[in-house]
Design a binder for this molecule. Structure first.
Ligand code: ADE
Length: 292
């Protein structure tokens, strides 16, 4: 897809190519993040990868983490080939020991860090009535507890060093509930509430915390949904299309750059107006809700 074109169900490309990630026109000034280090969880996934490229291309040193070394390498290697400063770290955010080791390693490598973007997360569609304790706990532990471990561990280090910091949590649009993924809706709503709360508690230390709530975004993550579900996603949106990973990455830059210096505890919905019009069911919509 050419730059400037938008993804509908017909031309979804399931994420950007490395060439697109490397060459996209950047709507921010060069070197905006020169001298800064940015930690990005979920750096091997579509939104995390685009975010890593954006910060890297704006001059930041980038530390990506995740559980899958192959996926991390798919971000790391092309970024290095493009001359960008990036390191990768294996880390299961559900384990506090991993998270502490991550920040210890990042601090050892780069001296300090300035921005944390939490992109790691995951869920699976299922009617809530069928959730097992194991499935429920897995989603809550990754999307809520894991994000919290990252937030708290980063903030402790900033406070100990007397440094300011910016945290951006990538969540979901929870305003009308999310039928079909209630567990992730609960976890993401928890992260939003948590972010508002610590935005106040940590303001004295100049640590800002904001959230981005993306709607349907054209990444490889869309592959887990059926063609029918993807079609409904696009058609349940005022813009009749998907967003892309740069839409989310740009919001992370906005929050973490000078543009966001008086913004904290906020959630920016990046969903093409989907929260305002249309309805979307991640799993099949029950007949009860079908209207002619
Ligand atoms: N991405 C999805 N789940 C994750 C986890 N538990 N740790 C790190 N990255 C993840």
């Amino acid at each position: 897809m050419a730059q400037g074109e938008h993804a509908t169900t017909q031309n979804l490309q399931f994420g950007f190519t490395d060439e697109q990630l490397a060459n996209r026109d950047i709507p921010f000034r060069p070197n905006l993040f020169a001298g800064q280090t940015v930690v990005i969880s979920g750096g091997g996934g579509g939104i995390g990868r685009a975010t890593a490229w954006m910060f890297g291309r704006l001059g930041a040193k980038v530390a990506i983490c995740g559980r899958n070394i192959e996926k991390l390498n798919e971000t790391l290697n092309p970024m290095r080939d493009a001359g960008l400063a990036v390191e990768s770290y294996l880390c299961n955010i559900r384990r506090i020991e991993d998270v502490e080791a991550l920040f210890e390693a990042v601090t050892g490598r780069f001296g300090a860090f300035d921005v944390l973007v939490n992109c790691a997360g995951g869920q699976y569609p299922q009617p809530a009535i069928d959730f097992t304790p194991k499935g429920w706990n897995a989603v809550i532990e990754t999307n809520l507890t894991g994000t919290w471990y990252m937030m708290q561990t980063a903030a402790k280090r900033w406070m100990a060093a007397g440094r300011p910091g910016s945290i951006v949590n990538v969540v979901a649009v929870v305003d009308r509930g999310m039928p079909g993924v209630a567990h992730t809706c609960a976890a993401r709503a928890g992260v939003i509430a948590l972010s508002k709360t610590v935005a106040v508690e940590w303001a004295p230390q100049n640590i800002r915390i904001n959230c981005i709530a993306p709607g349907a975004i054209d990444t490889e993550g869309q592959k887990v949904y059926s063609e029918d579900s993807r079609r409904r996603s696009a058609q349940s949106n005022p813009m009749m299309r998907f967003g892309d990973a740069f839409d989310v990455a740009d919001a992370a830059i906005y929050f973490s750059g000078p543009s966001g210096k008086f913004v904290t505890g906020e959630t920016l919905i990046v969903d093409g107006g989907g929260v305002l019009w249309g309805e979307f069911w991640v799993s099949d919509k029950p007949d009860y809700f079908k209207v002619s």
